[in-house]
Design a protein around this ligand. Structure first.
Ligand code: FCB
Length: 502
């Protein structure tokens, strides 16, 4: 399993001297580059958001409580104050998608907006305003002929299931009832929006929630270094995905896009190119392999192959392990891949139990260019993680890829370089169906508040006005032509130093 958002919390646990590889050595002489890559008609070009990051007024979620808790969010930022308020700007946001020739919008529907209380959930009495707000979004997408790609849970959970004010009690995904209730939520959402949606993502980044919420402690419920609880969360999210998959399949029987399939259901994983800190040191190499397995493969093994590694030891030999369990297998119509950067594993420093390694992602000591969020810019890592998931033999959607870049100095090159790698993988025969950029708009970046700017468009924090960045126009050109040339990539400006948030 991996860490991310603010791995600095763990980094503070140890002082490490790192010896990392350089970007020069990352690029061994390979086959000659093609002169262009093409994606063809029907390729999904989109951008993404998540409800809590762009909506307002979600006090009845664990994140809603978290942001009001002093000291939890950088700068005390709160999406209710100067946030994108997306449900009040539906028409403008759809116009931005259209203006940049995007044909797909990934967003999440907030469970707690639709069912604000446990009583409402139990009685299946959805909130009328919430339904109207999401209906408006679906209607606007229909009118604009933009494909909705809907996430059913993107980090935030209703406060009746996850309350960070009680961190010593089981919360959220730790609670078995969350699995059952989530399956019902999936069933109801899929039944209601079956005619609009074919592409469903069950859970966003099931590896991130346990790491950030139970090891780093910078996501709710804010527990630090409780590996047992983190593992329980990881297991329950995988089980919840399986139940949600079955529920959506049963409920969504309408083919919204006319391709003969009523639904495509998958999970969205945060994949990292995992590297040993010292590639000449066998223990670091082994640590990287282990982190790679936990972060990039454990969940897919469970829901694609039905291989359940209950104790996360990489072997299917424990009393609760299962091989090719039909109750878990084949619950993935596609693989949703979020790719941002690399991750370094080492045995030096304080090892996280079970993971048995020390991992870090921030300010890696190499000479790769960095984002404003300290992450390495590493386009070739995209190919590495794509090759890793080839054996699952499933269609792939890049469900997120993006860069914190407040000045928009590097986003265009970042986009071109990543789409280039994607195009080459497609040309090499991988079944890649779409590229969805994170993010349509500047938004609330969880514990880091509003500082990291991931948007293709800026949002004025006082007026809510959206303004396209130059990169939105560059993306629009890629989406319109469905191709890029090597010359486009080479002609884009070299990376400028980042503007770190602190
Ligand atoms: C991803 C999350 C998304 C956003 C980006 C920057 O891991 O899914 O919500 O925070 O990182």
């Amino acid at each position: 399993m991996l860490a991310r958002h603010g791995l600095a919390a763990i980094a503070a646990l140890a002082t490490l001297v790192a010896a990392c590889s350089s970007s020069k050595t990352d690029a061994p002489a390979g086959p000659v580059e093609p002169s262009e890559v093409t994606f063809g008609p029907g390729f999904m070009w989109g951008s993404a958001s998540a409800a809590f990051q762009v909506e307002k007024g979600l006090p009845n979620t664990d994140w809603g409580i978290w942001v009001k808790t002093p000291g939890k969010i950088k700068g005390g930022d709160d999406p209710d104050v100067g946030g994108a308020d997306a449900l009040a700007h539906v028409d403008e946001d759809i116009a931005l998608l259209r203006a940049s020739n995007q044909n797909t919008y990934r967003f999440s529907i907030e469970w707690a907006r639709v069912y604000p209380t446990r009583a409402a959930f139990d009685a299946d009495q959805p909130d009328a305003n919430a339904i109207a707000a999401y209906e408006k979004l679906f209607a606007a997408l229909r009118a604009a002929k933009i494909t909705p790609f809907v996430t059913l849970q993107h980090f935030s959970l209703p406060d009746y299931l996850s309350d960070p004010r009680k961190p010593n009690e089981p919360q959220g995904w730790e609670r078995p009832e969350t699995i059952e209730l989530f399956a019902k939520w999936c069933q109801r959402a899929a039944a209601r929006w079956a005619g609009d949606v074919d592409w469903w993502a069950t859970i966003n980044e099931p590896i991130v929630s346990p790491i950030a919420g139970y090891i780093q402690g910078n996501f709710p419920p804010g527990v630090v270094l409780s590996v047992d609880r983190a593992l329980a969360v990881g297991r329950n999210e995988a089980l919840a995905h399986v139940k949600c998959f079955d529920a959506v399949k049963a409920a969504d029987t309408k083919d919204a896009d006319g391709d003969g399939k009523p639904s495509m259901v998958g999970i969205v994983q945060h994949q990292r190119a995992v590297e040993p800190e010292d590639p000449t040191y066998a223990d670091d190499v082994a640590a990287a392999e282990r982190v790679r397995y936990l972060n990039n493969l454990w969940v897919f093994n469970a829901i694609v192959h039905g291989d359940w590694d209950d104790d996360f030891d990489g072997k299917l030999d424990g009393p609760k392990d299962r091989k090719a369990d039909p109750a878990l297998a084949n619950r993935s119509d596609y693989l949703g891949i979020n790719y941002y950067s690399a991750l370094v594993a080492t045995v030096n420093g304080i090892k996280i139990p079970v993971i048995d390694a020390f991992i870090k992602q921030d300010r890696l000591l190499n000479d790769r260019p960095k984002t404003d969020f300290h992450w390495d810019i590493y386009p070739k890592g995209l190919r590495i993680i794509l090759d890793e998931v080839k054996p699952y033999k499933l269609p792939i959607i890049i469900t997120e890829n993006g860069i914190a870049d407040s000045k928009d100095a590097n986003r265009t090159r970042f986009l071109l370089e990543h789409v280039w790698e994607l195009g080459k993988a497609k040309a090499d025969g991988m079944d890649i169906r779409g590229y969805i950029h994170w993010s349509l708009l500047d938004n609330f970046e969880w514990a880091s508040g509003f500082c990291p700017r991931f948007g293709l468009h800026t949002v004025d924090r006082t007026t809510g006005a959206r303004v396209p960045r130059a990169s939105a126009q560059a993306y629009g050109r890629i989406a319109a032509s469905g191709k890029i040339t090597r010359a486009d990539v080479d002609a884009s400006p070299q990376y400028a130093p980042p503007t770190y948030c602190e």
